[in-house]
Design a protein around this ligand. Structure first.
Ligand code: KIV
Length: 278
């Protein structure tokens, strides 16, 4: 078993090597991603959309997130496992945020948590960091606030909005975040944010200037095409392979080709004789 990726290792990567992060929602995916040497596995609340079929990320709660995070934790022995705090698990109060973050660490064996928002969630981040819980920030397009942002839109497109993003990133870094996800912002702004903070920035739709990248695993593997943002690169097309395999299975069942003799269990000759079947 290789050594777990730690917070100091992530912090030390800035300026030295690029970091990789991908979402994972179950045990087999965690095993495979861990084998691939990915640094961080995010049990994202994108679970709601890509696994559970919801329209947005608002419908998952602590129960689902803890359940899936624990499965990923069981599968990952090297990658850092990050539990994504679901909508309304940290917004209402610092106390509730701290209790829920603690549940990710204690009950789901996460190594860190992620929460969306800039300066406005600094009190929550500080309380978690003081309690010894590593926190990954997330600014730019924050899907839990899509209603307020007017949809899933690129953020930071005006000079004013870009300044707010830089201030938010600095506030999160000052509060103790060990890394910050930058989602759907212009590449030049992501570079400015990256230069402005001492912790690694992890981009998704934020260009190559970030300190690392994160993608949704279903997008990377080509498993989900209901909505594919332009920043996604598909490294495989598993949806086609899966449909091919399942079609072949159905055909063989219908034709009586599967199961073959090699897939069955034989009765011993002696027992067969007793039944009059030799
Ligand atoms: O939930 C998620 O998958 C995320 C990533 C897109 C960063 O928050």
């Amino acid at each position: 078993m290789s050594k777990r990726v730690t917070v100091p290792e992530i912090l030390g990567a800035k300026g030295n090597r690029k970091l990789s992060e991908v979402t994972a929602y179950d045990y087999p995916t965690a095993l495979l991603a861990d084998k691939s040497g990915i640094d961080m596995l995010l049990v994202g609340d994108s679970l709601a959309m890509v696994v559970l079929g919801h329209e947005d990320t608002l419908s998952v709660g602590m129960t689902e997130m803890l359940h899936h995070t624990l499965a990923v934790s069981r599968g990952a022995s090297r990658a850092m496992v990050i539990g994504d705090m679901p909508f309304m698990s940290y917004q209402a109060s610092v106390e509730q945020a701290l209790i829920n973050a603690g549940r990710f660490m204690k009950e789901a064996r996460a190594n860190a948590v992620k929460l969306e928002g800039g300066a406005r969630i600094v009190p929550q981040v500080r309380a978690m960091v003081e309690a010894g819980i590593p926190v990954q920030g997330h600014i730019g397009l924050t899907p839990q606030s899509a209603a307020q942002l007017g949809g899933f839109k690129v953020q930071g497109k005006t000079a004013e909005a870009a300044k707010v993003l830089i201030e938010d990133a600095q506030a999160l870094a000052d509060a103790g975040c060990f890394s910050i996800v930058l989602e759907a912002i212009p590449s030049s702004i992501a570079e400015m944010v990256t230069e402005a903070v001492p912790v690694p920035t992890i981009g998704i739709g934020a260009g190559p200037g970030c300190d690392g990248q994160v993608l949704v695993v279903h997008d990377v593997l080509g498993l989900f095409d209901r909505f594919v943002p332009r920043f996604v690169k598909k490294y495989a097309k598993l949806d086609d392979l899966i449909v091919q395999a399942l079609t072949k299975y159905r055909e063989e069942v219908e034709q009586g080709v599967f199961p073959g003799p090699e897939h069955g269990f034989a009765l011993s000759e002696q027992e067969a004789k007793k039944l009059g079947k030799s």
